[in-house]
Design a protein around this ligand. Structure first.
Ligand SMILES: Nc1ncnc2c1ncn2[C@@H]1O[C@H](COP(=O)(O)OP(=O)(O)OP(=O)(O)O)[C@@H](O)[C@H]1O
Ligand SMILES: [Mg+2]
Length: 241
């Protein structure tokens, strides 16, 4: 007999139940790599859930499944979107885009560089997409770039030639410029110096205090200890018997 839990109570904003994900490696004789098995979690406003575990444990894959980049094989990922529960596993591509636009922010480890777009506009773009007027969106982007110590002389340039740390700070500025109810953070501090790492910690703390929920991967133990309200321990799965 299969049992489905009822939809989560309103204070739960992300709810993952029995998630499973495997990759079929078509170029390697269709070998199957099982990455996530029976993963469940709940997230409420103000929670910072840190995914903890060695390299290859499936931490980034879990974030990608929640964001709808990877298709999950079974289970549910319920995200409260405009007050309504949306199952990201069953959602249409259009629904997934709508959830990403308004509800889920995602800061990947590396900036996806858009050629020829100036840094200030790369950062302002999520606000423009929400319908904010161009001048105001740029002002907000500028505030964020200042906070992350991206020098003003770089703002007119496209970030393609920036250093790894500069690109990461542009990426963080873009991720934090909007007020998403849920933020997914994949090692946002890995290429940063101590000053900028502190700034990112402050940004995350401000989002949490404002009621957002965060699922994060933080390489740095100190960052993890200071931000985590909950930990999800993950380990690489063994070959299925
Ligand atoms: N698109 C993909 N195709 C095939 N295998 C993949 C894919 N993405 C991830 N994997 C595999 O899934 C496993 C988990 O990868 P994942 O990137 O989720 O680990 P992680 O815990 O984030 O590791 P790290 O700490 O090194 O970033 C790895 O063995 C990886 O090779
Ligand atoms: Mg990873």
């Amino acid at each position: 007999m299969s049992f489905r839990s009822p939809d989560p109570t309103p204070e739960i904003i992300v709810w993952v139940e029995n998630l499973a994900k495997q990759f079929v490696l078509h170029n390697q004789g269709a070998a199957i790599l099982e990455v996530l098995r029976d993963v469940s979690l709940t997230l409420r406003s103000g929670d910072c859930l840190v995914l903890n575990g060695p390299s290859g444990a499936g931490k980034s894959s879990l974030l990608r499944c929640i964001y709808g980049n990877y298709k999950s094989d079974s289970g549910r990922i319920v995200v409260r979107h405009n007050g309504q529960p949306v199952d990201m596993v069953a959602a249409t591509p259009r629904e997934v885009l709508s959830v990403r636009r308004q509800t889920l922010g995602y800061v990947s480890q590396f900036l996806k560089v858009i050629p020829r777009v100036a840094t200030i506009d790369v950062v302002a773009e999520p606000l423009r997409r929400e319908g904010m007027e161009a001048g105001r969106a740029r002002d907000n982007a500028a505030t964020m770039l200042h906070r992350l110590n991206v020098p003003e002389r770089l703002w007119k340039l496209a970030p393609a030639t920036f250093s790894g740390g500069e690109q990461q700070r542009v990426n963080i500025a873009r991720g934090f410029v909007s007020d998403y109810p849920v933020m997914l953070l994949d090692e946002p501090t890995s290429a940063l110096d101590a000053t900028n790492r502190e700034e990112v910690i402050a940004l995350v703390q401000e989002k949490l205090a404002a009621g957002a929920a965060v699922i994060g991967i933080f390489h740095d133990e100190d960052v993890r200890d200071r931000l985590a309200t909950h930990l999800l321990n993950m380990a690489p799965l063994r070959e299925a018997a």
